[in-house]
Design a binder for this molecule. Structure first.
Ligand SMILES: NC(=O)c1ccc[n+]([C@@H]2O[C@H](COP(=O)([O-])OP(=O)(O)OC[C@H]3O[C@@H](n4cnc5c(N)ncnc54)[C@H](OP(=O)(O)O)[C@@H]3O)[C@@H](O)[C@H]2O)c1
Length: 289
């Protein structure tokens, strides 16, 4: 049996759907059922139920977007930094392997030479750099607290999307926002992401950090071109003139736009499509929710 924290969330739901499709036994633990912020409660549950491994898909992401984390810093710190530290203690106490969903948003841009960030690169969008959103700072701080954790995977997705319309899906956001900012990013196909996370355990890959993003990177304008070319919309998309204008007019917190190198995951045999192929496929199979 697999233990899943955050199973009601956007990413947690994708885990449940994947595990259901695979007919894999799992238990999705809600906060009302078990106070999993309490290390004794979580360790006790693990001891009583003996899961094979645990996935932490819980966190505080802010609704409707990351700006909400600036206004709710306690919830953000608790969900994104305190909780992973609690889960680490409970899993180490019970010797349970586990995985934590971090984020690529602890980086901004590329390495100085223009190449993509690897798992070896330290976050450059964090409280330590004093340049980040509160959300990114909390995610980076969590990774500091997980350094050296025993039998732990840290998975970093970035701008998740798939073919199912949802307020959290990157493609839905492009369709809904009044005005877009043209930036280059790595992105994650959500269904590939959850499959890759579970396969880390199944294939007993070395514990540690994995960038689970599609190969390559793309820009907002490139994705919009596919949305129009495939006829998903005929919207006349508006763009901010620059990131600066976007920051002035539409955002509270600085945004991470970054490019991640996924070669470690590919070398380990995890399946991650090229971004152009994954975006095109998702748009062709689009399902209105
Ligand atoms: N969505 C993205 O774009 C994205 C990108 C990169 C990384 N991530 C990471 O992936 C994880 C899951 O994100 P998500 O988008 O699936 O989030 P979500 O849809 O907001 O779901 C959050 C989940 O966490 C649980 N939770 C536990 N403590 C919470 C708290 N203090 N405040 C709010 N919810 C809490 C919620 O459970 P209840 O049912 O009890 O509310 C819910 O199941 C997070 O760690 C996030 O940082 C997300």
């Amino acid at each position: 049996m697999i233990a899943l924290l955050g199973g009601t969330g956007y990413i947690g739901t994708a885990f449940r759907e994947y595990l259901d499709a695979q007919k894999r036994p799992y238990k999705s633990l809600g906060r009302t059922e078990l106070d999993y912020y309490d290390v004794d409660a979580l360790s006790g549950w693990i001891e009583r139920h003996s899961p094979r491994f645990l996935i932490n898909a819980a966190g505080y992401t802010g609704k409707p977007n990351v700006d909400a984390c600036e206004l709710q810093p306690r919830d953000c710190l608790r969900g994104n930094t305190v909780l992973p530290a609690v889960v680490r203690r409970a899993c180490e106490r019970t010797q349970l392997p586990w995985g934590h969903i971090s984020s690529g948003c602890i980086y901004t841009g590329t390495r100085p030479d223009g190449s993509a960030f690897t798992e070896e690169d330290l976050p450059n969008f964090s409280f330590a750099q004093d340049n980040c959103s509160f959300y990114s700072g909390c995610k980076a701080l969590a990774e500091d607290l997980l350094r050296g954790a025993a039998r732990c995977y840290i998975w970093r997705p970035r701008l998740p999307f798939n073919q199912v319309d949802s307020s959290r899906n990157y493609l839905s956001k492009l369709l809904r926002y009044d005005c877009l900012v043209d930036v280059r990013n790595s992105m994650t196909q959500l269904d590939e992401f959850v499959a890759a996370c579970v396969q880390c355990f199944d294939r007993q890959l070395p514990f540690g950090i994995y960038h689970l993003t599609c190969s390559g990177s793309t820009t907002t304008r490139d994705v919009v071109r596919v949305l129009l070319r495939r006829g998903l919309t005929n919207k006349a998309f508006q763009f901010f003139a620059s990131e600066e204008e976007f920051m002035q007019k539409a955002a509270l917190a600085p945004r991470s736009n970054c490019i991640l190198n996924n070669e470690k995951a590919l070398r380990a045999g995890l399946r991650l499509s090229h971004i152009d192929e994954a975006i095109d496929k998702a748009i062709l199979a689009w399902t209105k929710n």
